[in-house]
Design a protein around this ligand. Structure first.
Ligand SMILES: O=P(O)(O)OC[C@H]1O[C@H](OP(=O)(O)OP(=O)(O)O)[C@H](O)[C@@H]1O
Ligand code: HPA
Length: 186
């Protein structure tokens, strides 16, 4: 199946958060996160949840660096949407290679939607022996379908209960490098 044309989709999509809003939210998050890790002897293990988390994780890492917080980088790839607009079973495509035993782990992802991805990823890190696992997400989708017991420690913005894309999030694997968050026309 050919993906719908991104330009056509953008013509009717709605900007939910523009770039300046997202950058301000990330700067604010970095301030909150820096307070948590400032006095640690060892940098947190900073895990980007690929692919969607990449732009956000990079921006947040730079803001944290500006505040004097060092990070050790690794990444994982767990996907349940696979280019579609509704999720199914979670597939692990890559697990982090860095040992987590006794480490403080900070996960960076683009969106907390129904919570299945972050719950599984967080549990996996805990099973690896991480001392502490915190979660930073750029966006939280507002609805009542989020599974129980999942929440992010640091949140950039809220998005409505619509399919959103941009700033890491894809629309049929397109639009991840758009510097704003859009919602599909209703
Ligand atoms: O809260 P949930 O309903 O589990 O959805 C959130 C997850 O879905 C997206 O990943 P996706 O499966 O699209 O993989 P991708 O980042 O590679 O696009 C997003 O990046 C989150 O990781
Ligand atoms: O609304 C969404 N957009 C993009 N990716 C997603 N992954 C979960 N929800 C979404």
């Amino acid at each position: 199946m050919t993906a719908p044309d991104l330009r056509e989709v953008l013509a009717t999509a709605e900007v939910i958060h523009d770039r300046a809003t997202l950058e301000a939210a990330i700067e604010r998050m970095a301030g909150e996160i820096a307070g948590e890790y400032a006095n640690d002897a060892r940098p947190p293990l900073y895990i980007t949840v690929m692919h969607g988390g990449l732009p956000f994780a990079a921006s947040l890492a730079m803001e944290l660096g500006t505040l004097g917080i060092d990070l050790e980088f690794d990444y994982l790839h767990a996907t349940r949407y696979r280019g579609q607009t509704s999720g199914s079973g979670l597939a692990w495509l890559h697990r982090p290679a860095t040992p987590m035993q006794g480490r403080r782990v900070l996960l960076a992802d683009d969106i907390l939607d129904e919570g299945h991805t972050l719950l599984a990823v967080k549990r996996w890190c805990e099973d690896q022996g991480a001392a502490d696992v915190r979660v930073a997400v750029l966006a939280v989708k507002v609805h009542d379908r989020c599974i129980e017991g999942v929440c992010a420690d640091y949140v950039g913005v809220e998005v409505p209960d619509r399919y959103v894309f941009g700033y890491g999030m894809d629309y049929h694997e397109q639009g991840r490098n758009l510097p704003a968050i859009y919602a599909l026309a209703e």
